[in-house]
Design a protein around this ligand. Structure first.
Ligand SMILES: *[C@@H]1O[C@H](CO)[C@@H](O)[C@H](O)[C@H]1NC(C)=O
Ligand SMILES: [Zn+2]
Length: 447
């Protein structure tokens, strides 16, 4: 529908065109709270991703309304006599105010990053892309050779996509006197039963808690030695660097990558709708949509890089667990997303998912519900999880929607980074233990 297209194109044109002032792309944009039953005309805009659905509960749904869409949305609601609440009446103003407040905090808590080094991931502030790269460079040196960092490809705008590999074998490797004797029967057994795990963060730009948690997990994995002795862990903490940078500077609500789309004024492809498995279900072919799937499967360099690196890991043997970190909602989802039919290994995925949830809850009381993507959330295809399940045949596959349940949503306070990471680590640890072979073969001597 032309009107619909116009509406969202205008939104994104505004977001793209005005990259001058901080968050100016969101000038005049609003956040509304709508009743959960709304007119079909508005429903259609939401379904197609032209109004940006932020969350919904039994009683309400929250949407991001572009400045240019305000009149249309108001008219539709007015005609049907549906009331709504304006929660934020100018998002640019809102984020500029946030930044002023954050600056005051930042000047008191400088964090552990300096201008050109970052020995630990920040837990009291969201890290800039540059700080993330400083940190990755630093662990690559500090924990070598057990931890290594390499680029798996480049984004649309030419930025590296980094992958951290925390190697199996325990912390002894790299000592001048190696304590891991690979010919020892017990160690040989463990190494033979080695598993690989893949963790993806930052695919959606505005979900800042995702890379923040991924980096905390990297720090924890680098330091601890026993749980991952027989597990190779691969973490891509920031899968969409261009989008992340853009969400820092111009549009805090940016979700997609930064693919320029000629003609329409609407940029970006939803990287979690671009994967080549059951492409197209629950995704849009309209570039203005927040869930635009792109012109073809794997049309984007970011998804190509992730696909190739994951395939290489799987070819190396035993890729058993894939976790994609997103926000928000506190939900651990297992495939399929494209259909409500049951995916292979569903009972096991649910069992291990419940182990995650109960371990996570023990840490700070946060409740994560374990649900099937399609039936618990909404139909979507072209996401990392369905591809890992459908193409790589990975046994345990999850999309984890991190904190919170909507109170702060994408603008989760930085003070929640550490507790979120702590509870996710407890849950992930249980998952890793579920993958570890229980026992060495009978008779094998103790290492
Ligand atoms: C990590 O260290 C290795 C070995 O020193 C080096 O070749 C590589 O370029 C480093 N990677 C990064 C991202 O700095
Ligand atoms: Zn997401």
């Amino acid at each position: 529908m032309a009107g619909r297209q116009l509406l969202a194109c205008a939104l994104l044109a505004a977001a793209v065109g005005a990259a001058v002032g901080f968050q100016e792309g969101l000038r005049g944009h609003q956040i509304w709270e709508l009743p959960s039953s709304i007119p079909a005309a508005l429903e259609a805009l939401l379904r197609d991703g032209l109004l940006d659905a932020l969350d919904h509960s039994e009683s309400h749904r929250r949407v991001h309304v572009p400045a240019e869409g305000l009149d249309t949305a108001r008219r539709i609601l007015g005609e049907k006599g549906v009331g709504y609440k304006v929660l934020v009446d100018d998002l640019a103003e809102h984020f500029q105010g946030e930044r002023r407040r954050r600056r005051e905090v930042d000047s008191r808590e400088a964090g552990s990053c300096t201008a050109d080094s970052c020995p630990a991931p920040l837990s009291d502030a969201y890290m800039t892309l540059q700080q993330m790269e400083f940190y990755l460079r630093e662990i690559n040196t500090t924990y070598a050779p057990r931890v290594s960092v390499q680029s798996i490809g480049k984004s649309v705008e030419g930025r590296d996509i980094w992958m951290v590999h925390v190697k199996s074998g325990g912390c002894a490797q790299g000592d001048t006197q190696p304590q891991v004797n690979l010919r020892h029967p017990r160690i040989a057994y463990w190494m033979m039963k080695r598993r690989a795990v893949w963790i993806e963060g930052g695919l959606h730009a505005r979900e800042w808690i995702s890379p923040a948690v991924a980096l905390q997990l990297v720090a924890t994995l680098a330091q601890q030695c026993s749980v991952t002795r027989a597990i190779d862990v691969y973490v891509v903490p920031m899968a969409n660097p261009d989008g992340y940078l853009y969400s820092w500077a111009s549009n805090r609500l940016w979700r997609k990558n930064r693919r320029p789309i000629s003609g329409g004024g609407c940029d970006g492809v939803d990287l979690n709708r671009n994967w080549g498995y059951k492409f197209g279900v629950g995704a849009s072919s309209n570039p203005c949509s927040e869930v635009y799937k792109g012109p073809a499967t794997f049309s984007e360099p970011e998804t190509q890089a992730l696909r190739d690196a994951m395939t290489a890991v799987a070819d190396g043997g035993n890729l058993e667990l894939v976790v994609a970190l997103h926000s928000y909602g506190q939900v651990l989802m297992y495939p399929w997303g494209w259909t409500a039919e049951e995916a292979p290994d569903t009972p096991d995925m649910r069992r291990v998912g419940e182990m995650f949830a109960s371990a996570a809850q023990k840490r700070h009381g946060t409740v994560y519900s374990v649900v099937n993507s399609a039936s618990g959330f909404y139909y979507a295809s072209g996401a990392t999880d369905d591809w890992a399940k459908g193409v790589l045949n990975t046994k345990y596959v999850y999309t984890l929607e991190l904190r919170d349940e909507g109170a702060y949503g994408f603008y989760l306070q930085a003070s929640q980074i550490l507790p979120t990471a702590e509870e996710v680590w407890q849950g992930l640890r249980m998952m890793l233990l579920a993958l570890t072979p229980e026992k060495a073969p009978a008779g094998a001597p103790q290492a």
